[in-house]
Design a protein around this ligand. Structure first.
Ligand code: HEC
Length: 101
């Protein structure tokens, strides 16, 4: 019983940052084109995380793309610039996207 409680507490502690970042992504409108588990207009964040899992430059590269937009990596549809996203938030979002694998 104690053990179960401890495990539950650990689970919550590790889930909390992920939820905060999901809330950030939702507030920045990312989730109208993306979902963690499935493709909408843009690729699922799991697919993005899998594609760049061995790429050490991915956090910075993706943070830049999140702000400026991008095209041609996942298909014909480009991602428009997200000018409302600060550099600090873009880095947080890139790290979170890469953690969803
Ligand atoms: C209007 C729809 C739309 C919105 C809003 C949007 N995206 Fe995208 N996103 C896309 C599309 C489409 C692509 C695929 C672009 C491509 O093929 O290069 C993409 C690609 C990406 C990629 C992968 C880039 C790559 O080069 O592999 C990441 C990471 C990403 N988006 C994160 C975000 C985040 C974080 C936000 C919120 C700040 C966001 N997106 C908002 C449509 C959108």
């Amino acid at each position: 019983m104690k053990r179960a409680l401890l495990l539950a507490a650990l689970g919550l502690a590790s889930a909390a940052p992920a939820l905060a970042d999901l809330a950030l992504a939702t507030s920045k409108n990312c989730m109208s084109c993306h979902a963690v588990e499935r493709k909408i207009l843009g690729p699922s964040f799991k697919e993005v995380a899998a594609k760049y899992k061995d790429n050490k430059g991915a956090p910075d590269m993706l943070a830049g793309k999140i702000i400026k937009g991008g095209s041609g990596v996942w298909g014909q549809v480009p991602m428009p610039a997200n000018n409302q996203v600060s550099e600090a938030d873009a880095k947080k979002l890139a790290a979170w996207v890469l953690s969803t694998k």
